[in-house]
Design a protein around this ligand. Structure first.
Ligand SMILES: Nc1nc2c(c(=O)[nH]1)N[C@H]1C(S)=C(S)[C@@H](COP(=O)(O)O)O[C@H]1N2
Ligand SMILES: [Mo]
Length: 398
């Protein structure tokens, strides 16, 4: 299916190419540019005012969240694809559960219709890439990091509906000895440095799998869009985005710990401040806040401006947000516009009359109910994960 989708994307790209000559010998389409709001490998349009294309991925421009509700419209939700979106047909789809952590006869197959007929739950949760904010390690802290240079928009919030993974695991015959489950995507194998690492997959401890993880088939009340995992994706509340495997095709259930490059080579903290083999595999996301304002925005002196933004924490509901309009000397509380909930984000605002022309650094700082506060500096790690520092947002008052 993915090769058909690849061929179709290539044909689409060829049709859009202005000169046939530029296509001959050009090989596959170059990543990095959305032509007319289209990116090969992503199905939905990526209008330039709403997205920044980064390789195979598309980041939501944070100011584009302004005016949207607590849920992110599907059309605005960031896309993080290791390869390309496979266009799957739910009639061909089935989930396979297999491995040493199942009792009785297996593999077990569950079709789309069977999944839809099981009891469902709904859950509002953000999905946020572990590397969200990564480029600020460099621009704000002067540190080198590798990976997609996201600013703050590798996040979105949605209302997910689906079946508890717990129910599916029990139906498949989960054994008491099971320790890890590993969902795997149906997208193409991922290649790094010329070596295939296989399909995207990452182990999940059974304790988390039985707690609040769902196999989602709806996003904001409609079937999942192709780019966000149609027909079924995993949603792992509060954990880094890679845990929420899209286009899930099979789940290995194991009575011994599992490993994949996505919990050994990636998604650990490496560097001088961390153990030689890296930290333990990352699980929970961190705390952040951001302004819904373009970088280097121009504001008028003497005119009341409503600064708006969002704040979120994976550990607990947001308790408050403070804002500084003088580079971090004085802080005042922002107004919250949503009831803070676990797994969600809150909109906030603060009115400000810029006093005089000149450059200003605006800051926002979130605190959650567990007492976590955004620090002034995020802990460096070579792959730039879990940026949590207060963002220093430059604007110019004229
Ligand atoms: N099968 C599969 N699942 C995947 C990915 C992928 O490339 N393939 N990317 C992961 C990463 S790194 C993130 S941050 C989230 C992004 O979800 P979204 O594209 O729906 O925003 O999906 C995760 N699930
Ligand atoms: Mo991610």
């Amino acid at each position: 299916m993915s090769s058909a989708s690849g061929r179709r994307d290539l044909l689409r790209w060829l049709a859009a190419a202005p000169l046939a000559a530029s296509v001959l010998g050009a090989g596959p389409p170059a990543w990095g540019r959305a032509r007319g709001g289209r990116l090969p490998g992503v199905e939905k349009p990526l209008p330039d005012d709403a997205f920044t294309v980064r390789g195979t991925n598309a980041e939501t421009r944070f100011p584009a969240f302004r005016g949207t509700g607590a849920l992110t419209p599907r059309s605005l939700f960031f896309v993080r694809n290791h390869t390309r979106t496979p266009v799957l047909d739910e009639r061909d789809w089935r989930l396979t559960l297999w491995g040493s952590g199942l009792r009785g006869r297996h593999p077990v197959h569950i079709g789309y219709g069977q999944l839809r007929s099981m009891p469902s739950v709904t859950l509002t949760a953000v999905i946020e890439c572990a590397g969200n904010g990564r480029s600020l390690f460099t621009t704000q802290q002067g540190e080198q990091v590798s990976g997609t240079p996201w600013t703050m928009g590798a996040i979105g919030a949605a209302r997910w509906r689906g079946v508890r993974l717990r129910d599916v695991l029990y139906r498949a015959g989960l054994a008491g000895s099971a320790v890890d489950v590993m969902p795997r995507g149906l997208d193409d194998e991922f290649t790094a440095d010329g070596v295939s690492l296989g399909r995207v997959r990452r182990p999940l401890p059974v304790a988390k799998a039985l707690d609040d993880v769902i196999l989602a088939y709806e996003m904001n009340g409609e079937p999942l869009p192709y780019d966000h995992g149609f027909p079924v994706r995993v949603v792992v509340p509060s954990w880094i985005g890679i845990a929420s495997v899209k286009w899930v095709g099979d789940i290995e259930v194991s009575d011994a710990p599992l490993a994949s490059p996505w919990n050994t080579r990636f998604y650990r903290l490496f560097g001088p401040d961390h153990p030689p083999g890296g930290s333990a595999p990352l699980t929970r996301q961190t705390i952040k806040s951001a302004l819904e304002l373009p970088w280097d925005a121009t504001l008028a002196a003497g005119e009341r401006t409503r600064l708006t933004g969002r704040a979120w924490s994976a550990a607990a509901p947001v308790r408050g947000v403070e804002v500084s309009t003088d580079g971090g000397t004085r802080w005042r509380p922002a107004r919250l516009h949503d009831v803070p909930r676990r797994h969600g984000w809150v909109r906030w605002s603060a009115d400000w009359v810029p006093p005089r022309p000149g450059p200003v650094t605006l800051l926002s700082r979130a605190t959650d109910r567990h007492g976590n506060v955004q620090p002034a500096r995020a802990a460096h790690n070579t792959q730039g994960y879990l940026f949590d520092a207060v963002v220093r947002h430059p604007v110019t008052v004229v």
